[in-house]
Design a protein. Structure first.
Length: 340
């Protein structure tokens, strides 16, 4: 293959908002001579995935940005056309990370062989690849579905969402998709077997979710953040689980919308969990025993902000919400005979 030409797509500019064609450059380059232990493979399929938008930007993220002028990265299914590597032979099919180019050279560490007799080769970029694995673990390991529960997923006809909903059905759950067209809705329900689907562009999310999830929402696999997450949160059930998998509604955003930036939660795999003290009634004795002991031993300090007179209560309360209290705010309404 030496002497042949490669076609590559480079990142030319960092896109502002939606990427434009002019942010990329298509170039022809000579394929370099293969060195020892290297493999030259011809790209058959290139995966395009939402995360690539993040790599085009130099905003701080979980992934390092692609440098301007470099070939765009991406997962590929390829066929080996030349090999100086003992473990890879010409003609073999591999999945790797050769990027947006017609030929890739690698040392084999990033390549995994594919058996074309199992499933179509391209599946390695989808249902049996990274997106399928995302769906599987986000739903099963984080979502922990139980039969009878309701699972909602956004981008439901896509690479990850379609698998989430179908695994939810396999686990005996009610699966509800959210998508961006009637055609996708029809596919999700009639081909994939979801129980219901909502068109996020034409339907009112709040009322459509109420209708589609009569028993509330137990698991929401979030691919979008933004307005969809907001609407889903209004209808989550007690002890619902929300794997935060993607924030695609913000990937093109130049400025983040008002409200919390959820990306650090995803990047740090942090967990936000609702809490109600009432759930711990049965462990009251445990609490009292420890805290009393720590107070007696001087291990706990405690400060009160005592405001005198019931009539001062409204103002004190107003002040509480403005941070004017310093310590636990108490209104002393009458005498305490135990104190002088
Ligand atoms: P996909 O669903 O095949 O394609 C993206 C879909 O997102 C679009 O078809 C569109 O579907 C929806 N979308 C686009 N812009 C949107 C917006 N502004 N608001 C709401 N929805 C919008 O892509 P995928 O590969 O399966 O990825 C889905 C999500 O999973 C992405 O957020 C991705 O970043 C994330 N992901 C995360 C991990 C991880 O490890 N955390 C791994 C893989 C994927 P509709 O128009 O039908 O809504
Ligand atoms: C995505 C694909 C992959 C994404 C994140 C990843 C938030 C992260 C993968 C990893 O680092 O394991 O679309 O969006």
């Amino acid at each position: 293959m030496s002497g042949s030409m490669n076609q590559q797509i480079l990142l030319k500019n960092r896109p502002i908002g939606e990427p434009k064609e002019s942010d990329f450059a298509v170039v022809e380059t000579a394929i370099p001579e293969l060195r020892e232990a290297e493999i030259l493979s011809r790209t058959i399929y290139l995966s395009l995935d939402p995360y690539m938008r993040g790599r085009m930007s130099d905003r701080e993220s979980y992934a390092t940005p692609i440098e301007l002028g470099n070939v765009m990265g991406g997962s590929t299914v390829s066929q080996v056309v030349k090999s100086n590597h003992p473990q890879f032979s010409v003609g073999e099919f591999v999945v790797g990370y050769d990027g947006w180019q017609a030929y890739g050279i690698s040392k084999g560490e990033t390549l995994r062989k594919l058996d074309p007799n199992q499933v179509p080769l391209s599946y390695a970029l989808g249902i049996t690849g990274m997106p399928g694995m995302t769906a599987y673990f986000a739903l099963l390991d984080v979502g922990k579905p139980k039969a009878g529960e309701t699972v909602v997923v956004s981008a439901a006809s896509g690479a990850v969402g379609s698998v989430v909903g179908q695994i939810a059905k396999i686990k005996g759950c009610r699966a509800v998709g959210i998508v961006g067209s009637d055609e996708k809705c029809d596919y999700v329900v009639n081909e994939l077997g979801f129980d219901a689907c909502i068109n996020r562009k034409t339907q009112n999310l709040d009322s459509a979710l109420k209708t589609a999830c009569p028993n509330g929402i137990d698991i929401y696999v979030d691919h979008t953040a933004g307005a969809i997450l907001d609407a889903v949160l209004q209808q989550i059930n007690l002890k619902a689980r929300i794997p935060l998998v993607g924030l695609i509604s913000q990937y093109n955003a130049e400025k983040l919308p008002p409200g919390p930036n959820l990306l650090p939660l995803l990047v740090k795999r942090a967990l936000i969990k609702g809490f109600l003290v009432g759930d711990y009634q049965e462990r009251h004795a445990e609490f009292i025993q420890d805290v009393s002991q720590w107070l007696k031993a001087g291990k706990l300090k405690y400060k009160e902000d005592v405001v005198k007179g019931l009539e001062a209560a409204p103002n004190a309360f107003i002040g509480l919400l403005q941070g004017e209290n310093f310590g636990k705010l108490i209104i002393q309404v009458g005498d305490d005979p135990t104190q002088q």
